[in-house]
Design a protein around this ligand. Structure first.
Ligand SMILES: Nc1nc2c(ncn2[C@@H]2O[C@H](COP(=O)(O)OP(=O)(O)O)[C@@H](O)[C@H]2O)c(=O)[nH]1
Ligand SMILES: [Mg+2]
Length: 324
C-alpha cells in the first residue's frame, strides 16, 4: 500500500489534505490511493449543506463543528465553492473562519477548488469525501452553493441534505418548490433576525407539511422540519439554535438507519460513483484521443456542413472503440 494511503488511514490530516490536492490537480495514478482507501469508506454520515452564496453556510458550519465536538464526534468539512474557481477570497475566508478548530485533530476542514467541468467537480467531491471518510471522520459536512445544477447534485453524495435559506434574499417559494423541495431533508432559515423570517417560516412550513420526502417505499415518513437559526450577533442564542439543528440532523440520520433508507441512499451514491468511474475509464480516454488527433474538430466541421448527423457519427465512433 502506498505511503500516503497508509497515513490517511491512520488519520493523518496533512496526508488527507495532500491526497485531496493531488486529486484536484489530477496527478496521474492518484486513483490508486482511492482504490486502496475504498474498503475504509462508507461508515461516515455525510451531511450536505446547501444554499445561495452569502447565506451564512460557512458561519453555520463553524458552529456546527463546535456542536459535534461537544458530542465527541469527529468532523470533516469540504467546502465546494464554484463562485471562486481560483484561490479566491471565499476559500481564504472559510479557512480563517474555521481556524478556531485548526488545533483540533478531530476536525478537518478543506476547500475544494472547482476547476474543470460539472461532472469533474462531482467526481472530485466524491473522491474527497472518500478520503475524509477513510481518515476516520464520523461526520462529513459538504458545503455547496446553490447555483444551478450543483445543488441538486449534492443528493448524490449526502445522506442528509440541509437547505439554508435567508429571508429577503430572493429565495422565493417558487424557486424552492422547483428544485430544492425534492432534495431537502431539513430546511434552515438562517439570519432569522432579518425582516421576513416569520413569513418565510410559515411558507416553508406549508410546503414541508405537503412534502413526502423521497423514498416512498418506506412506511415511516420524514416530514421536513423547518429550523430557525438565530443571528450570530447573539452568540449564545446562535449556538443554542445550531445545537438544535445538530440534534435534528442526528435525528434524520437515525431515521435513515431505522427505516433502512440509509442503504437506499448508499446505493444511489454508489451508482453515481460507478457512473463517474465508467465515464472516466471508458468515455474520457476516447474523447481525449478524438480531441488530440484533431478528429473531434473535423467531425464538428462535418456536422456544421450537414454532411452527417451526430447519431451516425457517434455510432461510427462506437463501432471503432466498443467491442461487444
Ligand atoms: N446578519 C447576519 N449575518 C450573518 C449571519 N450569519 C452569517 N452572516 C454573515 O453573512 C456573510 C456570509 O456568510 P458566510 O458564512 O460566508 O456565507 P456562505 O457563503 O453561505 O458560506 C458573512 O459576512 C457573515 O458574517 C447571521 O446570522 N446574521
Ligand atoms: Mg461559504
Amino acid at each position: 500500500m502506498e505511503e500516503l494511503s497508509k497515513r490517511v488511514l491512520a488519520g493523518d490530516i496533512r496526508a488527507a489534505s495532500r491526497l485531496i490536492r493531488n486529486l484536484e490537480d489530477q496527478i496521474p495514478d492518484t486513483y490508486v490511493a482511492i482504490k486502496e482507501l475504498f474498503t475504509a469508506t462508507g461508515n461516515s454520515h455525510i451531511v450536505g449543506i446547501t444554499g445561495a452564496p452569502g447565506a451564512g453556510k460557512s458561519t453555520l458550519i463553524d458552529e456546527l463543528i463546535a456542536a459535534y465536538r461537544k458530542k465527541e464526534k469527529t468532523v470533516g468539512v469540504l467546502a465546494v465553492d464554484p463562485t471562486s474557481p481560483f484561490t479566491g477570497g471565499a476559500i481564504l475566508g472559510d479557512r480563517i473562519r474555521m481556524l478556531r478548530h485548526a488545533e483540533d485533530s478531530g476536525v478537518f476542514v478543506r476547500s475544494l477548488a472547482t476547476r474543470g467541468s460539472m461532472g469533474g467537480l462531482s467526481k472530485a467531491v466524491g473522491e474527497a469525501i472518500h478520503v475524509v471518510e477513510a481518515s476516520g471522520k464520523e461526520k462529513v459536512i459538504v458545503e455547496t452553493c446553490g447555483v444551478g445544477q450543483q445543488e441538486v447534485d449534492i443528493i448524490n453524495h449526502a445522506h442528509t441534505v440541509v437547505v439554508v435559506l435567508v429571508p429577503g434574499m430572493g429565495d422565493d417559494v417558487q424557486a424552492i418548490k422547483a428544485g430544492l423541495m425534492e432534495i431537502a431533508d431539513i430546511f434552515v432559515i438562517n439570519k432569522a433576525d432579518r425582516d421576513g423570517a416569520n413569513k418565510l417560516y410559515q411558507e416553508l412550513l406549508n410546503i414541508a407539511s405537503l412534502s413526502r420526502n423521497g423514498d416512498t417505499a418506506s412506511s415511516e415518513q420524514w416530514t421536513i422540519p423547518v429550523m430557525k437559526v438565530e443571528s450570530i450577533a447573539e452568540p449564545l442564542k446562535f449556538a443554542e439554535s445550531v445545537n438544535l439543528l445538530c440534534d435534528k440532523i442526528e435525528e434524520h440520520y437515525q431515521y435513515l438507519v431505522k427505516s433502512k433508507l440509509l442503504s437506499n441512499r448508499l446505493r444511489r451514491k454508489t451508482t453515481a460513483e460507478l457512473n463517474e468511474a465508467l465515464w472516466g475509464s471508458i468515455l474520457q480516454p476516447i474523447l481525449q484521443e478524438l480531441n488530440d488527433g484533431g478528429e473531434m474538430e473535423s467531425m464538428v466541421e462535418k456536422l456544421v456542413n450537414k454532411e452527417i448527423d451526430p447519431y451516425t457519427l457517434a455510432e461510427q465512433v462506437a463501432q471503432r472503440y466498443v467491442k461487444k
